[in-house]
Write a protein that binds this ligand. Sequence first.
Ligand code: FES
Ligand code: FES
Length: 158
Amino acid sequence: MKEEIRLDINEKIHRISVSPYKPLRDVLRYDLCLTGTKESCDTGVCGVCTILIGDKAVKSCLVPVGKVVGEKITTIEGISNEEEFSLLQQSFIDCFASQCGYCIPGFIMASTSLLIENPDPTIQEIREGLSGNLCRCTGYVKIIDAVKRAAEMGVEKI
Ligand code: FES
Ligand code: FES
């Protein structure tokens, strides 16, 4: 049964009528047209649907939307503006870290959370921090380079 739900997403309040059990990912994509959050496995394995709840990276396919009422939600659309990429996004571009690109929004969101929690991670810590995100194309080396580069440029600019 649908309920009126109020969501705080990318510093904007959305009011929608939806089942509280609907996955947050599907609400983002199909009710709010925030299609930067991708869909694939539906089981929390691939990480393409990663968003932030507060500063924490969360796989939005696993979260019923009713559970995040009152939380501050950030999607890939919320970390940059129309004129400028975020530092991490620019670093992914500069390091050629994206091939087909489908996994990249999830990696950017997981990396953002990682650098907020640990502004100066080792390579091993980056590997562990991104272990919940899968990429079929890149072999991960350039992705890890991009996160390390962004960390060296300063977490306050993420
Ligand atoms: S679609 Fe959510 S983890 Fe794969
Ligand atoms: S760049 Fe293609 S799946 Fe990662």
